[in-house]
Every structure is written in structure tokens, then in C-alpha cells.
Design a protein. Structure first.
Length: 142
């Protein structure tokens, strides 16, 4: 996906088979800031021929995970919610931009804006993170 991920993000993304299978590409990977994109495929559409919300959530969740995993300890989602604003469909490129809003101790709040080709916002995601005492697993190439 990319070479210069922070320690936690790099190990996580090397093992992230779900994001890889969805064709996600990491464009930015700084502590507290990540940008990830994905092209919507036909098999990602629901019965109304619009992108299934779960795929949009997955994209936002991956950007969130990269933004909050910048240390030697695993950081997980404690919770998240999403608001869908506009439908998208097959062939469109979605981009999720995650930004740290606040971090206090082991807890963090991140906002993720999901946009389509022309920078129109299609969803807003807010994630709550919790850093664990678990060490980041050793690097592993799949």
C-alpha cells in the first residue's frame, strides 16, 4: 500500500487483508492524519445500484485506523458513527481523509470526511479510539 507508514500503521496495513481486498490505497500516513482511497466496484452496490454503506464505512474506518495507530501499542476503535450525505455508484473514486481532533491519555477522537471524485462530501465519520497495552505485532509480509 505504501512504504513510509508509522510503526503501528505499517504493521497493521501489512496484515490488513480486508482493506487490500477492497482495493484501498493509502496516500497519506502521518500521525493523526491519513488519506485512503478506493474505487467503487459493481460488487459493492446495493439493491438500488448505489454504494452499500458498509463499504463506505470500511473505507473511513481504515483511514481512522491508520491515523490513530502511530505508536508501538495497538490502538482500536472504541466506537464510531457515520452520516451518509450523498449516494455514490460504480466507477467512482472515494477518498477518506482522517484527522485527529483530540487525544487524552489512551483515548482519541478522529473525524473522517469521505469525498467522491470532485471533492464533494458523501459521508462524515467520527471515530473514538482506545490505545491498548498490546504491542504492535512484528512485521509480516502476506
Amino acid at each position: 500500500m505504501t512504504e513510509a507508514l508509522p510503526v503501528g500503521s505499517q504493521a497493521m496495513m501489512q496484515r490488513d487483508r480486508a482493506s487490500a481486498s477492497l482495493g484501498m490505497i493509502v496516500h497519506r500516513n502521518e500521525p493523526g492524519h491519513a488519506v485512503v482511497s478506493m474505487v467503487v466496484r459493481d460488487d459493492m452496490l446495493n439493491g438500488f445500484d448505489v454504494t452499500h454503506g458498509g463499504f463506505i464505512f470500511a473505507l473511513a474506518d481504515t483511514a481512522f485506523a491508520i491515523a490513530c495507530n502511530d505508536s508501538h501499542h495497538v490502538t482500536l476503535a472504541a466506537g464510531a458513527d457515520i452520516t451518509f450525505l450523498k449516494p455514490t455508484t460504480s466507477g467512482q473514486n472515494l477518498t477518506a481523509t482522517a484527522l485527529l481532533r483530540v487525544k487524552s491519555g489512551r483515548s482519541g477522537i478522529y473525524d473522517v470526511r469521505v469525498t467522491v471524485d470532485d471533492d464533494v462530501t458523501v459521508a462524515e465519520f467520527r471515530g473514538h479510539s482506545r490505545t491498548t497495552n498490546l504491542p504492535v505485532p512484528a512485521r509480516n509480509h502476506l
